[in-house]
Design a protein around this ligand. Structure first.
Ligand code: GLA
Length: 374
């Protein structure tokens, strides 16, 4: 299976936007290896919009912009592959891409062939400039067929921003991940809105096709194409912890030549990645009923452990409380939870009633727990 667990990698859009070029891609591939990100599981190097010429060639084929990509896409894919990484590119269901380069409408099969010839392993497929009456689902089906037809294994990343009840049909179209939200910006409010909008759609993220809640902003610090002021260290931590807990793909969006040590450590955090990459990919259960700002989730892991996650999305520090009866623990059942909080190391020993924890503003606490006899 191509995506047994959420795909991980890097995408050019958040930082570079239309200023993408071959050197950036090569440097990023080098950095993914040199910073230990490949060993942590980051695998795909994806070029987003703005890589092509404004017109197709005389045979109707897409052409890479030779000023941005002088060696051509095939050579670039070869380079990325030589680093033990995979190569991704971008197109769109419509006449044009979102930045108004040629889209794949009515060219699905020829474009899929071109991508396969170049050695593409991943296609992000956007939703702009769709012909008025065309059915969105049908257009994703078309590209799904076209990619399969190439015989090359290409991860199909649908990006229709959650329109047309996408979670109900996107698996049938052959997609491996699907964007369920609008575009992320680099600040707390932006990712909070995205995360909250998917609180009730977490069960739609499963092996074979994961709910993509957009690229990561960790490490951007207010720079780049989707800069919106940046986040604090706690805010980036909460962002990454949510994306991991929610089984989202993890596509880094910052400039890896400028990444700070805290964000690099966060992106390589073994505890969080083991949750995101858990083979069973069970959705977390949302426990709080009093709004979304103080939210607790409980998640089963395949090794018999559990995650109890507290997110304080309010604008002040809070003491948060969770009764364990609500996660299925009978008070007199003879069992309690034992384990630790993954950021602070705080311990729980045979707790059977409740967990109470201080969570600073915009921060999170995640306990990794086991059931023990008490
Ligand atoms: C849309 C997508 C973004 C990005 C841009 C490129 O807005 O949602 O992720 O791909 O298009 O133009």
């Amino acid at each position: 299976m191509l995506v047994q667990t959420p795909p991980m990698g890097w995408n050019s859009w958040n930082t570079f936007g239309e200023n993408i070029n071959e050197q950036v891609v090569r440097d990023t591939a080098d950095a993914i290896v040199n910073l230990g990100l490949r060993d942590a599981g980051y695998e795909y190097v994806v070029i987003d919009d703005c890589w092509s010429m404004r017109k197709r060639d005389e045979n109707g084929r897409l052409v890479a912009n030779p000023e941005k990509f002088p060696s051509g896409m095939k050579a670039l894919a070869d380079y990325v592959h030589s680093k033990g990484l995979k190569f991704g590119i971008y197109s769109c269901v419509g006449f044009l891409t979102c930045a108004e380069y040629p889209g794949s409408f009515d060219h699905e099969f020829i474009d899929a062939e071109t991508f396969a010839e170049w050695g593409v392993d991943y296609l992000k497929y956007d939703f702009c400039y769709k012909p008025g009456r065309a059915d969105g689902a049908l257009l994703y089906h078309r590209m799904g067929l076209a990619l399969r037809q190439t015989g090359r294994e290409i991860l199909f990343s649908a990006c229709n921003w959650g329109r047309e009840d996408v979670e109900k049909w996107i698996r049938s179209a052959g997609a491996h991940i699907y964007r369920s939200t609008g575009d992320i910006g680099d600040n707390f409010q932006s990712y909070k809105e995205i995360a909250v909008s998917q609180f009730n759609n977490l069960a739609y993220s499963t092996p074979g096709c994961f709910n993509d809640i957009d690229m990561l902003i960790c490490g951007m610090h207010g720079n780049g194409n989707v800069a919106l002021g940046g986040c604090t260290e706690a805010e980036y931590r909460t962002h990454f912890a949510m994306w991991c807990l929610f089984n989202s793909p993890l596509m880094i969006g910052c400039d890896l030549s400028k990444i700070d040590d805290e964000c690099l450590a966060l992106l390589k955090n073994k505890e969080l990645l083991s949750i995101n990459q858990d083979i069973e990919a069970r959705p977390p259960m949302k426990l709080t009923r009093d709004g979304d700002d103080r939210t607790v989730f409980f998640r089963h892991l395949s090794n018999g452990e559990y995650i109890l996650a507290f997110f304080n999305l309010t604008d002040c520090d809070r003491t948060m409380y969770q009764g364990l009866f609500d996660v299925g623990l009978p008070y007199d059942g003879g069992y309690g939870f034992t384990g630790y909080e993954i950021f602070t190391g705080e311990k729980l020993e045979g707790e059977r009633e409740r967990v109470i924890v201080d969570v600073p503003m915009h921060d999170c606490r995640l306990f990794r727990l086991k059931l023990t006899k008490i």
